[in-house]
Design a protein around this ligand. Sequence first.
Ligand SMILES: Nc1ncnc2c1ncn2[C@@H]1O[C@H](COP(=O)(O)OP(=O)(O)O)[C@@H](O)[C@H]1O
Ligand SMILES: [Mg+2]
Length: 282
Amino acid sequence: MSAQPMLHAPLVLVTGGKGGVGKTTLAASLAVQLRAQGLRTLLCDLDLGLANLHVLLGIEPLHTIEQALADECALSDCIVPGQGGIDVLVGSNGSAAMAQLSPDMRARLLEQLAQVSTGYDVVVGDSAAGIGPDVLAFGALARMVLVVTTPDPSAAADAYGLVKALVAESGARGLDLPTPELVLNQVSGAREAELSAARLAQVCQRFLTRSPRLAGWVPRAPRIAEAARRRVPFALAGGPAGSGSGERECVQRLARRVVLGLGMESVSSAAVGNRAQDWSLS
Ligand SMILES: Nc1ncnc2c1ncn2[C@@H]1O[C@H](COP(=O)(O)OP(=O)(O)O)[C@@H](O)[C@H]1O
Ligand SMILES: [Mg+2]
C-alpha cells in the first residue's frame, strides 16, 4: 500500500457507475452551492481522459492537467475562475494516455492535487464513470464519495458495482472509509428517489453489509438540460422559487448534507458570516 497524500481540504468525489447519469452536471452545481454556503471551493475535472467540465462551464482552458503532468506547466496554472465564485481545475479531453495513467503518474497527480488544495475549504471532484484505477484511487482519497445514479435499473446495477468496488478498495488499502452516499438524479420526485435508494441500499446491505444513505436527489428537469446548453450550472440558472422540489432547492439540500457529512457546519457558518457580503446567499 502506497502512502496516501493528504489534501489540505476534504475531497468530495462525485462519481457513478455509468456515463450520462449527471455526474458532471451535479458536481458543477454542488460546487456552486458549496461556494454560496461560504466555502472556498475548488472544482476539479477528474474525468481525466474525457474531461468536459470546462465545456459545461463555458471555460476556454489555457492549460490542462495533461500539460501539468508533462511538466509543461504547474498544476496551479490549470486552475481558472469559474461561475459563482468557484475555481476550476481543468482536464483534457480525448487523451488515451490520460485515460490510463501509470501508477507513477497517478501518484504525481495526487501529490500535486494535495498542494493545490491549500487555500480551499473543500475540493469537489467530477469523476469518470466506472471502476477504473483512477476512480478507485480518488475514492480512497475522498472524505465523501457521492455515487450518482438514475432510477434506471442498469444505472442502479452499475452504482451497486461501484459501491462494491469502492468498499473492496477501501479494505485492500487498510482504510476504513465512510460508506459512499447516493444521489438520485433525473427522478420524478422525492418518492421515486427514496424508493430507488432504498432498493439499492437493501442490496448493498445484503451483499456488502453497508447501507449507503440517500445524500440527495435532483428531478429530471428540462431547465437543467437548457442551462447546460447555455453553459451555466443549473444552480445559477434559477428555478421555481419556494416550491421545495425545484432543482435548485434540491442541490442546496445536497450541499447542506455534504457540509454536514464533512463535519464542516461551523466552518460553513463562520465562512458565511465572513463572506456574506461577497456572494449572494440563497
Ligand atoms: N436532472 C436532469 N434533468 C435533465 N437533464 C439532465 C439532468 N441531469 C443531467 N442531465 C443531462 O444529461 C446529460 C448527461 O449529463 P452529464 O452531467 O454530462 O453526465 P455524466 O457526467 O454522468 O456523464 C447532459 O446533457 C445533462 O444536461
Ligand atoms: Mg461527466
